[in-house]
Design a protein around this ligand. Structure first.
Ligand code: AMP
Length: 236
């Protein structure tokens, strides 16, 4: 159901860019789905990780190029991901803005995004940073399971499927993401600390909001919606 904010956003006909920022496993996917619904589906959620996984599944040249990098927990080269993002945001569903999950992951990507937004007369992003301690992240990610067909996420500790190993939505087998094994997770977290954490300093304090992601989903969501409402109220 569309929230008060969603209606306000619709009414003022402005654009909105949200960056969901944080380490792998911090809950960006879950919060992202809730935010988009709360906004009344006025903007799309764009996950660069999902885009790349789709390329791999479709065995495209890009998919073949990035497969081994992703399996090892590294980052895909900036040039490749920037080009993929640039073409995605030209789609008609992005005219009112979009929410990014997993991008930018380097300072170079953040600079590229600034230029892209400026060239399309889009506003600067609101950055929501979900911070979660590393040990909690490893525990969460090794217990994640994903539907092999529809992509629905489960967790064998906190969000169990009704039938073991099967998706509640379509009954397909659940799988563990190739990069959710502990050694790869640790490499992804190292990559995050080295290359992605410095991105925080790129954004001004009035557009950047850090919140604790080590709490239950509804509490985190309430804090995020409070932030979005306050930023939007300040604009109107
Ligand atoms: P995610 O699903 O966001 O955790 O992304 C999975 C993997 O896709 C990452 O570990 C990277 O290998 C790759 N990837 C996703 N987004 C980016 C990005 N913005 N820059 C570079 N690599 C990315």
């Amino acid at each position: 159901m569309q929230s008060r904010f969603g209606k306000l956003f619709d009414a003022i006909q402005s654009s909105l860019i949200i960056l969901l920022y944080g380490p792998p496993g911090c809950g960006k996917g879950t919060q992202g789905r809730l935010i988009i619904e709360w906004l009344g589906n006025t903007i799309p959620s764009i996950s660069t990780g999902d885009m790349l996984r789709a390329e791999i599944a479709a065995r495209t040249p890009l998919g073949r190029e990035v497969q081994s990098i992703m399996a090892a927990g590294g980052l895909v080269p900036d040039g490749l991901i920037n080009a993929a993002l640039c073409s995605r945001i030209q789609q008609p569903d992005c005219t009112r803005g979009f929410m990014l999950d997993g991008y930018p992951r380097t300072v170079e990507q953040a600079e590229y995004l600034d230029n892209l937004l400026a060239s399309r007369n889009l506003p600067s992003p609101i950055v929501i940073h979900l911070d979660v301690p590393a040990d909690v992240l490893v525990g969460r990610m090794v217990s994640r399971r994903q539907c092999s067909q529809c992509g629905e996420m489960f967790n064998i500790l906190s969000k169990r499927p009704k039938v073991v190993g099967r998706c509640d939505v379509d009954g397909s087998p659940l799988i563990m993401r190739q990069d959710d094994h502990e050694d790869v997770i640790r490499e992804r977290l190292r990559t995050y600390e080295k290359l992605t954490r410095p991105v925080v300093a790129h954004y001004p304090s009035d557009r950047y909001f850090q919140i604790s992601g080590d709490r239950s989903t509804p509490y985190i969501f309430e804090e995020i919606t409070g932030i979005l409402e306050s930023v939007m109220d300040a604009k109107t």
